[in-house]
Design a protein around this ligand. Sequence first.
Ligand SMILES: Nc1ncnc2c1ncn2[C@@H]1O[C@H](COP(=O)(O)OP(=O)(O)OP(=O)(O)O)[C@@H](O)[C@H]1O
Ligand SMILES: [Mg+2]
Length: 436
Amino acid sequence: MSDVVIKVENLGKKYTIRHQNGAGDGLRHKLHDVATAPFRWLRNQKSGFSNLTSDPRPLASEEFWALKDVSFEVKQGEVVGIIGRNGAGKSTLLKILSRITEPTEGRVGIKGRVASLLEVGTGFHPELTGRENIFLNGAVLGMSREEIKRKFDEIIAFAEVEKFLDTPVKRYSSGMYVRLAFAVAAHLEPEILIVDEVLAVGDAAFQKKSLGKMGEVAREGRTVLFVSHNMNAVESLCTPALLLDRGQLLAQSTDVRAVITHYLNGTSGNGSKLSSWTNENNAFNHPTLQPLYFAVVNEMHQPLTAPVRNDTPLFVVIRADVRQLDPALNVGFALFNQDAELLLWSLTTDGPEDQWPKLKLGVVECCCALPRRFLNEGSYRLELIASLHCRDWFIRPGHNSPVIHFAIQGGLSDSPYWHFVRPGILAPEWKWQTTA
Ligand SMILES: Nc1ncnc2c1ncn2[C@@H]1O[C@H](COP(=O)(O)OP(=O)(O)OP(=O)(O)O)[C@@H](O)[C@H]1O
Ligand SMILES: [Mg+2]
């Protein structure tokens, strides 16, 4: 019992969201105002009262639980991975543990000094220089000036921001900012280190370095709570993992792989795994490309609704709005099996250049035929990929990319021996012949 350093009991956080009655109607209402009484509308804009005077509808408020009935314990020295979809409540949980926000109900007990690296913008004072922020953060953590000085050189060497030490951090790029913030949080010897998504901002070299540092912090016996959409990082670093889903704790286990599998194979909002994805939220709105539709379909172009035989012709369809042409532009998918193992990537640019599908500006649909008699029985997950080769990622597997699922059952072979799942990950039917 004594080695429990964080105890969370029945934690809940409620937000009250205010919106105009008749949601989605706001723009139409405003346009109507401009058209029918343009001078009044203009006057209101100038006086800054446009919202108060031009929209007669009352404000409605809605209660929303970002976290509900969450209970767990963390032991000294554990590296806890917290995973879940966008909006699952991960950052809200970290903010409560870092005492940035208060819970609505439940209790949190924490033993030890906490350093947290939440989203860009917290922890540092924008007007202060990098140097001043290091001392400020150290002081907040209860360290003496001498202690901070001893750590100072290590921090700036890790963050690689020597040249900008005396520049106010508001002038830093987001990558520099996060590098320094991470270096401070990881080196100032907190007993508990809380890190939210830091890896999403840094470049590949920094990601590797910060993962290594978190491993080091953990080996020193400190406790780490780590939120990430990067499943490889969670699997390699974390001892237990927690899965949050719509504010609730869906799974927690020291079998991190099992929790990740649970998440990746998880059900969609309506309780079933979908084999098509449509960009309903207007997400991934990148200036070069925006994905619109991603699906596994049959010959009739219908997304699958049930498991299919291995010999069924299947196609992966990706529809996207191409906004800027670039020779390096590609789309594709990553294919995972039910144990969350990556089987392969397939991209539009895999073959010789003269055979790449021609992308043009506007809505483009790319289609890839999956080979028949290739996959074994089981369920599969596809994650969308879109990038400029070696230059820019728009949508990257393991980083909250759109996900679709399908399952193979039966039809593995016409051999009298193989009707059911075969040994091995794949079940290809290759040609055999005698040579003598
Ligand atoms: N201050 C706030 N007021 C109202 N709603 C909020 C507030 N902060 C968060 N929420 C809502 O609470 C829910 C949980 O948000 P949270 O930021 O914890 O999600 P998350 O799991 O960190 O997601 P992501 O993976 O996108 O970072 C979301 O629906 C979010 O819109
Ligand atoms: Mg978050």
